[in-house]
Every structure is written in C-alpha cells, then in structure tokens.
Design a protein around this ligand. Structure first.
Ligand code: NAI
Length: 466
C-alpha cells in the first residue's frame, strides 16, 4: 500500500520534498497557509534578485557611460519594476503549483496543526483532518525583530516590506550587516538611496571568509554606503522628517536619520501554532531538534529547512527535504552538509562553500591558501570588476579542496564549480587538470588552484595580493 506523506509548508523545502516523495510512489498531501513557494519565492530570494537584476543594470549602465556607452535619459520606472518583480514571482508560483499537480500531489490551503503523531488538521476555509504515515514539517522562518523602544513605529520595516516600498526612499538605515542587510544596501544605493548599515560586530558578514567580506565592504563603501560598526541599536525615534535610529558606539549615542529603518538582524524558526508542544516534538532554543536524517524525536515526523535552523538557505531546505523523504520511504539519501554553497547577491556578488580560512585554522587543520585576484582575469575586467578575488582553502598534505570563496561578477554561479569539486573530493591538481574556457571568470578558479603552489600563470611570482 502507498505510504501517506503530509508535508507542512509549501516553500522550497516543502514543495521539493512533496515532489520527491511523489516520485518515490507515496500519496502526498501538502498544506500551505499562504502562497505556494514560501518565503523564497514570494518575499525572499526571487523578488529580491529580480529587483537586484535591474539595480545592477542601472548601476552598470552608469559605470559604462565612462566606458564608451552613451545613454540619454536613463531613469527608473519604479511601478514598472514592482510589476515585473510580481510577474516573475506569480509565474514561478504558478509553475510550482503546476509541478505539484503534475506529480499528483494534493494541495490544501490553511494552517496545519498536529492533532496527534499521525493526524494533521488543516484549518482553513474547509477544515479537514488528514491521516499520515509520515509527516514532514517545513514551516520555514520569520524575521526576528530587536525589541527596542520604537521598533513598531511606522517606517520600521522588515525584508518583506522592503520589497514593496511605494517609491525609492531618499535614505535608509539598515540594522544588521548580514546577507539581507548588504543585499538591500546594494539594491537601494544603486537607485540613489543614501544607505547606512549599522552592525553590532566589528565587521559585516560575520559568516563569510574575512578577505571576501573585506572586499564586499570596500565595494559597498565605494558605492557611498556608510557603515557604523560595533554599533548597537538602542531606540528608534519618530521625527518630523522620518525616523532616527539611536545607535551606541564606543559608549556614545548617535542618531542616524532615515526615511525607513530596515531590520535585518536575522530570522527565527517558525514553530508556533502547529501543535508541536501538544504532540511532544522536541524543540531547543526556538528550533526543532532533528537527527542526521532530519527526523524529530518522533521518528516518523521530520523537520527540514529553516524550522530546524541548521542552515537557513532555500537550497539547503530543498536538499534536506529530498533527504528526509528518501530516508522515510526506505531509500539511502546523500546529503553532504559540508558542501552547501552560500550566496550573497550584492553588486558584485559574493559566494562561498566549505571552510573559511578562520574555520580551518580554528579546527587545527593544516591548510594552504590559493588566491587569485580577478583584476588579472580578462573576463572580469571586461565585466568592469577589478576588485574580485577567488580564494581556495586546501588541505596541506592531500591537496583536497576544503573551501572556496569568490567575490566578483556572477560569483553565485561560479561557486557551483568549487562545490562540485568538493563533493567529488577533488584536489587542486584535478582542478588544474580541468581545462577552463577562455575568456571566462572560471579561469580564475584554476589560477587560484595553481597559486597554492605559487604557480599561477597570470600573476607575477611573489607579488602581493592585498
Ligand atoms: P544574518 O544572520 O545574515 O545577519 C544578521 C546581522 O545582524 C549579523 O551581522 C548580526 O551581527 C547583526 N545584528 C544582530 N543584531 C544586531 C543589532 N542589535 N544591532 C546591529 N546589528 C545586529 O541575517 P539576515 O541578513 O537577516 O538574513 C536572515 C537569513 O536569511 C539568514 O539565514 C540568511 O542566510 C538568509 N538569507 C539568505 C540569502 C541568500 O542566500 N542570498 C538572502 C537573504 C537572506
């Protein structure tokens, strides 16, 4: 008899798990309370990148005006840009719905609540209760707010609201110099907004390799973005001109004015109002506890993606969803948590996979570093980027690639080569032996591999890379 699988949440974790479970012969039901596609598709990855695409074009055209391009009367049509973003989102949402239907997955609209370990109630227009052999929780995450006075004032926004502002703001204060903070800083500063990033740590992008994060910050600074580091938000004041963030640095309070204040200080797992406590599912520090196959303490109930908070990335959620249903349906999944790329869509982009240099050092690993500056790469110069960098972290003895980090145009696509190499446990010699097309940015990966032994072709021996 077919196993009955219920998936709670229709984001990239849930809908991918649903399709995989259907491929494996299960009867699959998916429950979603809002729109299919989840945060990523509706108010996350896709709409942000749609806006960043135009921001990058706008930014690039203005740079190219100095490089032989004459453009008259370039201007921004904000409502048209919003409409394009919405069209892309709607098309992809329809695509997900179509895929689920094509795989025979039954969709239910409403809030899923566990009634017992085998029963899920869907509270919606028509409340129904479904029985399940296997339940996969894929309920995602929500933005976390800092509870300072004034945090609920009009104009204090999260990343969802930042995607649908009525017009380009004159000024924007972003609290948090992480992924969301830097992406929105790139986006709005490209359209002329005066952006200030307030970050409590001494550096932005704390999870990113330090050399790469430094270059991102330098580029953002060139784009007229201001930074306040080691700065804690104390209060938000409403003024006659908008808002003012009261920020403490070195023991002193400063006021930073902005038309809007964007809170980008992280997200938290969405684990409430789902009956978890009633059924006895173990949670810890606001997330669902899972084992290596994403099973909770109740073995036929799984939790994947942001709700287990292992790695809050869409593609990690999809991979976990596939692994969970494969395991639950009696297959042997392959999931390698050491090789999950993370991508930042600033202008230019940054991306990394595997260990950063600091992590390799902290783990006491004997490693070597390969570095190649993209100012010596023809394609990168053609694309107008002189500050790019490719960095490899390599095991000293075996030459196996342990980490890769890129700053430069299309870094988010390029990182796939390093991820594949790492998944195949490739060594630098194997990367070097792979012929890379010319002129491409990917040549820089081979050059970084060559540089591990000081043999880069397009970089003088011993020349310093700052
Ligand atoms: P984040 O964790 O990346 O960054 C939050 C930043 O805020 C950190 O640098 C932290 O030090 C800082 N911070 C925290 N409290 C603060 C305070 N009181 N004052 C000043 N700074 C403070 O979180 P973010 O950027 O909000 O992103 C949320 C999640 O969404 C992350 O897991 C991220 O990976 C994911 N995401 C991924 C994207 C991608 O893959 N391109 C794009 C957007 C989000």
């Amino acid at each position: 008899m077919k196993k009955k699988v219920i998936i709670v949440g229709g984001g990239p974790g849930g809908y991918v798990a649903a399709i995989r479970a259907a491929q494996l012969g299960a009867e699959v039901h998916i429950v979603e309370k809002e729109k299919m596609g989840g945060t990523c598709l509706n108010v996350g990855c896709i709409p942000t990148k749609a806006l960043l695409h135009t921001a990058k074009l706008y930014h690039t055209v203005q740079e190219e005006i100095n490089n032989g391009l004459r453009v008259e009367g370039i201007s921004l049509d904000w409502p048209a840009l919003m409409a394009r973003k919405d069209t892309i989102v709607n098309r992809l949402v329809q695509g997900v719905k179509g895929l689920l239907k094509a795989h025979g997955v039954k969709t239910h609209s409403g809030q899923a609540v566990l009634k017992d370990a085998h029963k899920v109630q869907v509270v919606g227009e028509n409340t129904v209760t479904l029985d399940a052999d296997i339940i996969v929780l894929a309920s995602g995450s929500v933005p976390s707010k800092i509870p300072v006075p004034g945090a609920n004032s009009a104009g204090v926004i999260d990343s969802t609201a930042a995607l649908s502002l009525p017009k380009v703001p004159k000024s924007l204060v972003i609290i948090g110099g992480g992924v969301i903070g830097t992406e929105f800083a790139s986006l709005y500063s490209s359209f002329g907004t005066k952006v200030t990033i307030v970050e409590m740590l001494p550096e932005i992008l704390p999870m990113v390799d330090r050399q790469i994060a430094k270059r991102v910050k330098e580029k953002l600074t060139e784009c007229n973005i201001d930074f306040m580091l080691e700065a804690g938000l104390k209060e938000i004041l409403s003024t006659s001109n908008g808002l003012s963030a009261v920020v403490q640095t070195a023991g002193k309070n400063h006021e930073v004015a902005g038309e809007y204040i964007l809170m980008a200080t992280g997200r938290k797992a969405n684990i409430h109002n789902m009956g978890l406590e009633e059924v006895g599912i173990q949670t810890e520090r606001g997330r669902i506890v899972v084992n290596e196959y994403f099973a909770t303490n109740i073995p036929h109930i799984y939790a994947i993606g942001d709700c287990n908070a292992q790695m809050m990335l869409a593609h990690a959620a999809s991979a976990q969803g596939v692994a969970a249903v494969e395991y639950a349906l009696g297959h042997r999944p392959f999931y390698n948590p050491k090789v999950i790329p993370s991508c930042i869509y600033t202008i230019p982009e940054a991306a990394g996979v595997g260990l950063t240099e600091d992590e390799a050092a902290a783990q006491g690993i004997s490693y070597k570093v390969g570095l190649f500056p993209l100012m010596a790469n023809g394609k990168s110069l053609i694309e107008g980027c002189e500050s790019g960098l490719i960095k490899l972290i390599v095991a000293e003895k075996s030459g196996e690639i342990l980490g890769g980090h890129i700053f430069g145009p299309r870094a988010t696509d390029l990182i796939g080569e390093i991820a594949l190499a790492m998944n195949l446990e490739a060594t630098v010699d194997e990367v070097i032996a792979t012929i890379h097309a010319h002129p491409t940015m990917s040549e820089g990966i081979a050059e970084a591999a060559l540089s591990v032994s000081g043999n880069a072709i397009h970089w003088p021996p011993g020349a310093k890379i700052l």
